[in-house]
Design a binder for this molecule. Structure first.
Ligand SMILES: Cc1cc2nc3c(=O)[nH]c(=O)nc-3n(C[C@H](O)[C@H](O)[C@H](O)COP(=O)(O)OP(=O)(O)OC[C@H]3O[C@@H](n4cnc5c(N)ncnc54)[C@H](O)[C@@H]3O)c2cc1C
Length: 295
């Protein structure tokens, strides 16, 4: 069967084309072309997003925070001063995606839509409370980044739906964020394990804690472990009791389902989650400096 190739000029046209069974969106093509050449996908039609210029760039939202167009590349995002001001760890994360070639063409939308559990943006954006904006012929819907991937290489996207942007909310006062990516091979390799933690702090107490773990089977939103932080005391230096961090790490290690591969064994990765949590929690103490910034 031959594959058709379309370059729609509008989002509505793209959504209509994506309703066809076997239709795939094509953004930067980094993951798509690898899957195609390895015979992992057999598209009936390819819908290029190249002409949808409205899906590029970063824009301030009236309610605070900002919206990132799905076609923005990792390279564009790491160079955006407004993103770095909002949260320096976001710039660090985009700078850590693959290598310069991947960052030059790979897009945030393609990264999230491919839902490779080793990818970096989802855990940190999820911990920041970001939402994915999805459009189809039926209209728009939003889904928290934390709930967008339903498994490895699986998302909530339905036929005819296009990931259009990612909304990063204004940061309530006292928001703290910590991100950690651990690699056992080269620095341009995928994460062996990554972890992001986010919470709000007021009057020396933690509320609305979120922990997301990457590279552990799927992006794991670890509600049980995060719940242990809810209401916990936090001292003047922004630190939480080490015993509590140990307890949370135990819960995380029990809840993740990492695979054994050349980056490490299951046991090693369960141990690594403790290291990642401790480092991310240490970074939450400094992240308060960025709070209150909005575009
Ligand atoms: C050598 C190498 C190293 C890498 N290292 C890292 C790393 O360290 N960290 C990391 O996070 N990632 C890493 N990546 C992955 C890379 O970031 C992603 O492959 C890239 O971001 C995908 O974006 P893309 O625009 O190329 O998507 P594409 O390849 O064009 O698309 C990927 C998938 O998403 C779908 N899609 C694309 N855009 C949309 C949309 N807007 N709406 C709906 N569906 C859509 C496509 O149909 C396809 O199924 C690495 C990749 C390589 C090759």
């Amino acid at each position: 069967m031959s594959t058709t190739y379309a370059t729609p000029d509008t989002i509505a046209e793209a959504c209509a084309l994506l309703e066809t069974p076997g239709a795939y969106a094509l953004a930067g093509g980094v993951a798509f072309t690898m899957a195609l050449t390895k015979g992992q996908i057999d598209p009936a039609s390819i819908v290029s997003l190249a002409r949808l210029d409205g899906l590029r760039g970063v824009a301030a939202e009236p309610a605070g925070g900002f919206s990132i167009g799905a076609l923005s590349t990792h390279g564009q995002l790491l160079r955006d001063e407004r993103i770095a001001t909002y949260e320096p760890q976001l710039r660090e994360m985009f700078a850590d995606v693959g290598n310069v070639r991947v960052r030059a063409v790979g897009t945030l939308g393609g990264n999230l839509a491919y839902a490779d559990p080793r990818h970096d943006p989802a855990p940190l954006l999820g911990a920041l409370g970001a939402e994915v904006v999805i459009q189809s012929g039926a209209g728009k819907r939003t889904v928290p980044v934390a709930d967008f991937a339903t498994g490895s290489f699986a998302t909530v996207l339905q036929p005819g739906e296009l990931l259009c942007s990612v909304n990063v909310p204004a940061r309530p006062a006292g928001t703290r964020i910590g991100w950690c990516k651990l690699q056992t091979n080269s620095l341009d390799d995928y994460a062996t394990l990554s972890l992001a933690v986010g919470f709000e702090e007021s009057n020396g107490r933690i509320s609305r804690p979120r922990i997301l773990v990457g590279a552990a089977d799927t992006h794991v939103r670890t509600q049980r472990a995060a719940g242990l932080l809810d209401g916990a005391d936090i001292n003047a230096d922004g630190r939480v009791a080490p015993e509590l961090i140990e307890e949370v790490a135990d819960a995380l290690a029990a809840d993740i389902k990492p695979c054994s591969n050349h980056r490490g064994s299951v046991m090693y990765k369960r141990d690594l989650v403790r290291v990642a949590l401790n480092r991310a929690m240490m970074r939450t103490a400094n992240s308060a400096k960025a709070q209150g910034c909005s575009l």
